[in-house]
Design a protein around this ligand. Structure first.
Ligand code: NAP
Ligand code: GLV
Length: 309
């Protein structure tokens, strides 16, 4: 029984070696190289080639090497009747929290404005904001959103969070379900999207949602490009209803060079790097799930096919 790694980037061999080192008793295959298909029982996937999962007749589990699983559901030939697992990892969560907090402070202290001014040698101090000036609203209070919320509370921010099921968190005002979304948005000055990409959440960052935010609100999307309607963001920035946006994820990655976000002075771009699965932190949970699979035990971090996350 063996594991195959299916991804199309240059990290495939790094993952193979890390898994092989952690579990010398099983063979780990690089999916880009020739390998037997019928002995594979687990596929560790990250943006794999659509269709490739269907090549394994004895596959028993699909493991995402990230937190998100949207790319698995997008592969129409993926055997999604099998258990699908994802990464839930404290390091992934703290990395995300650090990234978002860096973006929030950059916004409060006008760092993006000064970077633009520097390019033109403009010396122009701006009024800056303080932690107490902003309420942060987090869409998604899951493994990542909840850690971010607690970290922001620790810094002294007012924090609101929105989720599907009810949450109780110390010093975080929680909102549950669609019927509370308007109230959540009305009280949010910096909006962070940490939702999974599902049928319900695709395109959620749209004109209608932006209009419910107070004028001058700032958007941070670190979840998936599919959450955002790009044209609606551009329009709301142009109308100065929104003050800016920091985007880590895009409909097409890498972001095509002709995309207007690249040169927009109020859009801060990063290349889908907010939090990246660390092999040392994640490999043990993959091996543990493989062990459970062989032992016929329940797997950890299973995704719900009905919910899509
Ligand atoms: P998670 O633990 O599954 O949490 C998702 C949260 O969203 C939960 O609180 C869930 O509510 C809420 N939610 C889902 N659908 C909803 C809906 N229709 N209405 C209201 N709330 C809804 O996911 P996670 O581990 O925090 O990760 C979130 C996403 O971050 C991933 O799916 C991935 O796309 C993205 N991500 C990006 C990066 C990056 O580098 N940019 C890195 C890692 C992850 P319940 O709690 O009620 O279920
Ligand atoms: C990264 O985007 C992840 O889903 O882990």
């Amino acid at each position: 029984m063996s594991i195959v790694i299916l991804r199309q980037d240059d990290k495939i061999e790094m993952w193979r070696q890390a898994l092989q080192k952690a579990a010398p008793g099983i063979t780990i295959y690089n999916g880009l190289e020739e390998h037997p298909k019928d002995i594979i029982d687990m596929a560790l996937v990250w943006k794999h080639r659509p269709g490739s999962l269907a090549d394994y007749p004895n596959l028993k589990c699909i493991a995402s090497s990230g937190a998100g699983v949207d790319f698995i559901f997008e592969d129409t030939s993926a055997p999604i009747h099998l258990p699908i697992t994802r990464v839930v990892d404290p390091m992934l969560a703290s990395d995300m929290s650090e990234h978002v907090i860096a973006l929030i402070f950059a916004h409060l202290k006008n760092l993006n404005r000064y970077k633009l001014d520097q390019q033109q040698k403009i010396w122009k101090p701006q009024n800056y904001s303080r932690i107490r000036d902003f309420t942060i609203g987090i869409l998604g209070l899951g493994a990542l959103g909840a850690v971010l919320a607690n970290d922001l509370v620790h810094y002294g921010f007012k924090v609101n969070g929105w989720s599907r099921s009810k949450k109780t968190m110390k010093n975080v005002q929680t909102f549950t379900g669609m019927e509370t979304l308007a109230a959540f948005l009305g009280a949010t000055e910096i909006l962070v999207c940490l939702l999974p990409l599902t049928k319900e959440t695709t395109g959620i960052l749209n004109k209608n949602l932006f209009q419910q935010l107070p004028k001058g609100a700032y958007i941070i999307n670190v979840a998936r490009g599919g959450h955002l309607v790009d044209e609606d963001l551009l329009m709301m920035l142009q109308q100065e209803h929104l003050s800016g946006a920091a985007l880590d994820v895009f409909h097409t990655e890498p972001l095509p060079t002709a995309h207007p976000f690249w040169e927009h002075p109020k859009v801060h771009i990063s290349p889908h790097c907010a939090s990246v699965s660390d092999t040392a932190s994640v490999v043990p949970q993959i091996i543990e799930n493989h062990r459970r699979l062989l032992a016929g035990k329940a797997l950890n971090n299973i995704v719900s096919i009905e919910r899509g996350y």
